[in-house]
Design a protein around this ligand. Structure first.
Ligand code: GAP
Length: 443
C-alpha cells in the first residue's frame, strides 16, 4: 500500500467524495454556490460519527463537562460585548491588475496575485466577517442581528445558568456542537474553508492560576483524540500562535495542524486560553453577575477559560485524506487491479456492514434479507445485490465499509456466511448465529 503523491491526493479525495455523494456543491442544479457544500448520505453518516466521537470523549466519558445547544442568532449585544463587532475582521486586498480580492495574510511572500501573477495590490482594508441579517419584518439598523461566527459565546452568556442547573464546581466545562458562519474572503479547498461550517467547541472554566496547566492538559488530550481516531502522528503537529496573531481574547493559543496537501500545514483545531476576558466583558455589558463562588475558599472570582475548538468539516476532510489508499490487489482471474479504499477508523466509517447476496437470486434473497435485518439494529448497514461480487466489494472498500458479509448458496445449507475485512481483505466463514457477536467484538 502506497500513499498517493500529495499533489494528487486532494483531487482523488474530492472526486471520490463527489462520485459517491459524500459531499458535493450545494444548489448544483443552479450552477452551485461557491463555498457551500452539501453532504450526501455517506457524508452525513461520517459527520454524525465525528460529532458522536467528539461528544463521547468530551462530554459522555467525563463527569466535569456538560452540553449546551444555544441559538445561532443571539442578541447583537453579545457581539458588541465579545469584541467581535469591532475586531472580527480580516485584511482584504484587491489585485490592481485583475481586481480579484484576497486575504492579505494568505498571499505568498513576496505577495503575488494567485490569479494573474501581478504584484501590485490596494492597501489592506479591514473586512468584517460576520453575516448580518434582519430580525422581523422591518429592515432597520435596530433590527440587525448576526449569524454567530463561533459557538463559544453561547457558553459564556449561559455560564451562570448552566453552572447553577448542573451544580458543577470549577473546574468544569460546557460543550456545544453547532453551525457557525463567517463571510470568508477566500473560501475554498473543498470543505476546508467554508462560509457556513460546523464547530465542536468546549469552554473549560478553571480557577485563575491553574489555567496554564489546564491549557497543556487540553492540548495533549485533544492531540490524543485525533491520533486515537487514526490520523497519523507524522501528519499532525502543534503550533504556537505568534503574539501578533493571537485573537483579541487570547493569552496563548496553540493550533493542532494537519498536513493538508494544498498547504504545508493547516489548522484543524485551535486551543486557546481565553482568560476571564469573555465573562468579564459580558458582566460589564449586561450588568449580570458572572462570577463563580468558590465555597471551599469562600471567595468569588471570574473563572479563566481554556477552549478547545475544532471544525467538523475540517475533521471530515482530514480523516478522508488520511484514510485514502490505492493499491494493486489480486483479482479472481489471477491478475491484479487497482483497489481504492478508505482505511477509516471503524467508528468513523459511514457504513459498518454491507450484506451482499452472492448473486441476485430469489433463493438467496430471503436469507440475505434475514442477515441484513439481524445486523441493521446495531449498525448502519447496506444491502447491495447489484453487479458482480468483486465490484460490490470495491464499492464498499471505496467508502470505507469495514465488513462485507456474503450470503451464498452454501449459506442456505450450512447456515454460515463469509465475512470479509476491508483492509486485509481476509475472509472468515462463520455461523449466522455468531455473526452479531463476531462484529460486536470488532466494531
Ligand atoms: N471559538 C474559537 C474559534 O472559533 P477558530 O480557530 O476561529 O476559533 C475553530 O475556529 C475551528 O473551527 C478551526 O480550527 C476550524 O477547524 C474551524 N473553522 C474555523 N473557520 C472555518 C471555516 N471558515 N471553514 C471551516 N472550518 C472553520
Amino acid at each position: 500500500m502506497a500513499d498517493l503523491p500529495r499533489s494528487e491526493l486532494m483531487e482523488a479525495v474530492t472526486s471520490l467524495a463527489k462520485r459517491r455523494g459524500i459531499a458535493f456543491q450545494s444548489s448544483e442544479i443552479y450552477g452551485g454556490l461557491r463555498s457551500s457544500w452539501d453532504y450526501g448520505p455517506l457524508g452525513t453518516e461520517i459527520k454524525r460519527n465525528v460529532r458522536e466521537q467528539w461528544w463521547r470523549s468530551t462530554v459522555q466519558l467525563r463527569d466535569d463537562v456538560v452540553g449546551l445547544e444555544a441559538a445561532v442568532i443571539m442578541s447583537p449585544k453579545v457581539w458588541e460585548a465579545s469584541g467581535h463587532l469591532e475586531v472580527f475582521t480580516d485584511p482584504l486586498v484587491e489585485c490592481l491588475n485583475c481586481h480579484q480580492r484576497f486575504r492579505a495574510d494568505h498571499l505568498p511572500e513576496p505577495p503575488t496575485c494567485p490569479n494573474c501573477g501581478q504584484t501590485a495590490f490596494t492597501q489592506p482594508k479591514n473586512f468584517h466577517l460576520m453575516f448580518k441579517t434582519n430580525m422581523g419584518p422591518i429592515e432597520e439598523a435596530e433590527n440587525t442581528v448576526y449569524l454567530r461566527p463561533e459557538t463559544a459565546q453561547g457558553m459564556f452568556v449561559d455560564f451562570a445558568t448552566v453552572q447553577q442547573v448542573s451544580r458543577k464546581k470549577i473546574p468544569f466545562g460546557i460543550a456545544q456542537i453547532g453551525r457557525s458562519f463567517r463571510n470568508e474572503i477566500t473560501p475554498g479547498n473543498f470543505i476546508f474553508r467554508l462560509r457556513e461550517f460546523e464547530q465542536m467547541e468546549m469552554e473549560f472554566f478553571v480557577e485563575p492560576g491553574t489555567d496554564e496547566d489546564w491549557h497543556d492538559f487540553w492540548i495533549e488530550e485533544r492531540m490524543r483524540w485525533w491520533t486515537g481516531l487514526g490520523l497519523r502522528e507524522e501528519h499532525l503537529r502543534t503550533r504556537e500562535h505568534d503574539p501578533d496573531e493571537l485573537s483579541h481574547y487570547s493569552k496563548r493559543t496553540v493550533d493542532i495542524e494537519y498536513a493538508f496537501p494544498f498547504t504545508d500545514w493547516g489548522e484543524l483545531e485551535g486551543i486557546a486560553n481565553r482568560t476571564d476576558f469573555d465573562l468579564k466583558a459580558h458582566q460589564q455589558a449586561s450588568g449580570e453577575d458572572l462570577t463563580y463562588f468558590d465555597q471551599e475558599k469562600n471567595e468569588r472570582y471570574h473563572p479563566y477559560v481554556i477552549e478547545p475548538a475544532a471544525g467538523v468539516d475540517r475533521a471530515v476532510l482530514a480523516f478522508l485524506l488520511d484514510a485514502y489508499r490505492e493499491e494493486e490487489a489480486p483479482t479472481a482471474k489471477g491478475g491484479t487491479e487497482k483497489r481504492t479504499y478508505l482505511a477509516l477508523d471503524r467508528r468513523l466509517a459511514p457504513t459498518k456492514v454491507a450484506v451482499l447476496p452472492l448473486s441476485r437470486n430469489e433463493k438467496l434473497a430471503p436469507e440475505a434479507r434475514r442477515v441484513f435485518d439481524l445486523v441493521k439494529t446495531d449498525w448502519m448497514c447496506d444491502f447491495d445485490d447489484a453487479g458482480s461480487i468483486g465490484r460490490r466489494y470495491r464499492r464498499q472498500d471505496e467508502v470505507g465499509t469495514p465488513f462485507c458479509v456474503t450470503v451464498d448458496f452454501d449459506s442456505l445449507e450450512d447456515g454460515q456466511v463469509t465475512v470479509r475485512e476491508r483492509d486485509s481483505m481476509a475472509q472468515d466463514r462463520l455461523p449466522i448465529d455468531g455473526l452479531v457477536a463476531y462484529l460486536s467484538e470488532r466494531l
